[in-house]
Design a protein around this ligand. Structure first.
Ligand code: IMP
Length: 204
């Protein structure tokens, strides 16, 4: 397959995510978002990040006939037995917004000392050649940190205002997008998947 540009559908409607990943993958890959191809997102009913990432990738691939990339991510808090996990987006309820989720998290950890507030963001990113690909590529990456006792910063989204990056001592919402991408679960997973794709492409 060396030589041709490979067209791949990304299971997202988010153009920013598509552009960022396409730049990272390099010129051999053309990434099209499923939204641009009129594909609706699928319900995330999986019990794990891997289940959901595969569900999304297989759905996008089946709907378009293209190879697909998808990711699923969330926050795992040690003191909460890895909750909210796959339920991160709807931790405080199906209609919850980021601030309701953050408020619920602060309440769940009330009274715990810094050493008891360990957490990690996790991202699983997958590539499938087709909906029935028996050998998907999988990158599973984490960003270890701690949940603060108060919100800080205005960048990012989700739990970023409460997540302390131990390397810088800053809350994730205080990092520039470039600094966040250099350390984050999603940035790491994207680079790991790229390396696997390049290795597989080189081998063919
Ligand atoms: P998704 O799978 O990327 O849509 O992430 C699911 C949920 O996990 C988001 O709605 C956020 O609540 C949380 N999450 C995932 N990644 C991040 C991040 O980088 N910062 C803050 N929250 C995140």
């Amino acid at each position: 397959m060396a030589g041709e540009r490979v067209r791949v559908v990304l299971a997202t409607g988010n153009e920013g995510k598509r552009r960022e990943l396409e730049a990272l993958l390099g010129e051999d890959w053309e990434l099209v978002s499923q939204g641009a191809l009129g594909v609706e997102s699928v319900e995330e009913t999986g019990a794990t990040f891997l289940d959901n990432a595969l569900l999304k990738a297989r759905h996008a691939s089946a709907a378009t006939g293209l190879p697909a990339i998808a990711d699923d991510s969330g926050l795992e808090v040690a003191a909460l037995d890895a909750a909210p996990g796959v339920h991160s987006a709807r931790y405080a309820g199906v209609t919850a917004d980021d601030s309701a989720n953050n408020a619920k998290l602060l309440e769940a950890l009330a009274g715990l000392r810094p050493a008891q507030r360990g957490a990690r963001f996790r991202c699983v990113m997958v590539f499938v050649l087709g909906p029935d690909d028996p050998d998907p590529l999988v990158a599973d990456c984490s960003w270890d940190g701690q949940i603060a006792t108060e919100a800080r910063g205005a960048q990012g989204f989700g739990y970023d205002p409460l997540f302390i990056d131990p390397a810088s001592g800053r809350h994730s919402a205080e990092l520039t997008p470039q600094d966040k991408n250099a350390r984050s679960h999603r940035g790491q997973a994207a680079r790991a998947l790229r390396d696997q794709l390049l290795a597989r492409r080189g081998a063919n």
